[in-house]
Design a protein around this ligand. Sequence first.
Ligand code: GLA
Length: 391
Amino acid sequence: MILNTPPMGWNSWNTFGNNISDSLIRETARVMKDRGYLEAGYRYIVIDDTWSLKERDAEGRLQPDPEKFPHGMKALADYVHDLGFLFGMYSCAGVQTCAGYPSSYDHEFTDAETFASWGVDYLKYDFCYFPANADNLNRYATMSMALKASGRDILLAACNWGSGEPWKWMKSIGVHMYRSTGDIFDNFKSFSDIARSQLPNFCMSGANCFNDIDMLTVGMYGKGNVGLGQVCTDAEYETQFALWCLLGAPLMIGGDVRNLNEFSEKLLLNPGLLALNQDAEGRVPQTVYRGRVVHSGPDVEGGWKEYPDTGLTLFKHLSDHEFAVGYFNFAPQSGEVPFIFADAGLPGTSGLAFHFTDAITGEDLGVKRDYFHQMLPAHGCRVLKCRIVKA
Ligand code: GLA
């Protein structure tokens, strides 16, 4: 299977946890088709943990819970396929799934065959209850082989939470994306820490094997299965989505697409940000600034204050001689995040400048020489595109 750009889709876990059903998946697929998510590139509809019965059948096969999925998985996959989506399911490399359901350790070949027979196109493969004496790499390699042996093209989304530095070996065993961190929660600290923790590893992410920093929480506002009582601001969600897009991470929506507010839906469908994530050259960004943000404002004693290591500027080479610049303010107050062109390789002595547009709104921002800094709100971001022009 050739996968040039990061996979995009929806996953049931963040909002619904074990509260999943045939009708939820059908409604979600219909809404995603009607509201333009499929057209925007969100192709995979993935059912996470808790879909099965607690026991295998007499032949040792996994079986869907008939209360949640009364028509079985093949019928549901057919429905999802008929709308134009691909169909994803979940299992685990250990002896039980994280929620305590049967799992694929020592059943890899049977389970891969079962998934293939249902028409599954994507398998999320978790790491709970992994035996202490078992070999992490070898067990993911075994499921990779089992999927290949099934004869069906099935994307393998490994989810071992970064155990054993998966960025170094997942690509070599045929995995298409790998979770590199623990679970995301719907608050700024959780998702900004997750993204920042992977900055050094994204150089190993790219076509056919992407670093997966977990499902998005955009639009959840504290509701659902991964909220901890905090409610994110719109600026925080914009920062989350911009980070995932610039880093070239898989974009799996975790919110309830049937009920997202207008801001969140527009953000997830923003063509400018999606184009950065799906850019044909598939490069990862370079960090051109990581350090202090200069703050000012009446709420700060003395008028000025600095917070250490709270600003980040990412610069990404795109196809067609274009570039993206992402400015991020991780501090809890507004402040300025810099971009000095020489740091991206364009010194003033070159006699060249950048012509900027806002990647999110499309607004033309004109030609700038030498530097272009941005004042950002607390936890906010700005994403620009630029081209080289004569100064
Ligand atoms: C783990 C995974 C999550 C989710 C749950 C399901 O915690 O990391 O993404 O799949 O299991 O139980």
